[in-house]
Design a protein around this ligand. Sequence first.
Ligand SMILES: Nc1ncnc2c1ncn2[C@@H]1O[C@H](COP(=O)(O)OP(=O)(O)OP(=O)(O)O)[C@@H](O)[C@H]1O
Length: 252
Amino acid sequence: MTQAPSLTPDGTAPAGIVLAGAAITLSGRPVLRDLSLHLSQQRIGIIGRNGSGKSTLLRLMAGLITPDNGTVRVEGCDPARDRKAMLAHLGILFQNPDHQILFPTVDEELAFGLIQMGVPKAGAHSRVTAHLAQHGRSHWLGASVATLSQGQRHWLCLQSVLLMQPRTILLDEPLAGLDLPTQTRLARSFAALPQRLITITHDPASLSSCDRVIWLEGGTVAADGPPAKVLPLFDAEMQRLGGLDADADLPG
Ligand SMILES: Nc1ncnc2c1ncn2[C@@H]1O[C@H](COP(=O)(O)OP(=O)(O)OP(=O)(O)O)[C@@H](O)[C@H]1O
């Protein structure tokens, strides 16, 4: 496991996301246990079974929940306290765009993050107009979100995040539930992004080109390293569990 540094040798905060002894207990049950990680690579995958703690880790990194023990820092900031700084540091794409979209029209949705960052309304609107034109979607200006397909809603959420130009984007099962052409198009968009991407998924194949894969099991790191090392271990364990009786691996 990569140890979490508190400061770099020159006294500045380390780049990326640093968890130091971070732990979360929910309803009296430990969900994340003593996690120490320094996430600085450009493409990081987080894999694990249902209930292993992936979404909780994402929410912790995003500052949506706070650790009961330990610390979380994103580019040196506490994500739960420095909400405004976080807009520039971290974007999140949830699995279901309908959990993310707040406004009835495309341009209101796209402008929202910029306005939150302090961009005046008129300036935000101009940037949204230019952004849609750049992507050949000027006709989306003023369009109702209700008229968009699921794939188009995913694209809208991605663009809302990109307009804020965060250094890191957290992706929660970004391709789940989409048809194959839409998956291919979105995967191509993700691959081209200059941002650091941290992707949570059940799908090992989608992580094969990552710089680093972290396998979470029971709220702790079961393996951490390049995909060529971690994914075969994960696959072998999933095969083993799949061969057991249906309920044999449930906690007693
Ligand atoms: N608010 C909560 N209160 C109590 N327990 C919770 C809460 N949220 C999550 N948990 C529990 O924490 C554990 C980890 O949940 P989490 O959603 O982080 O797992 P996951 O790896 O993302 O799972 P999945 O792949 O199914 O989405 C699960 O056992 C879940 O039941």
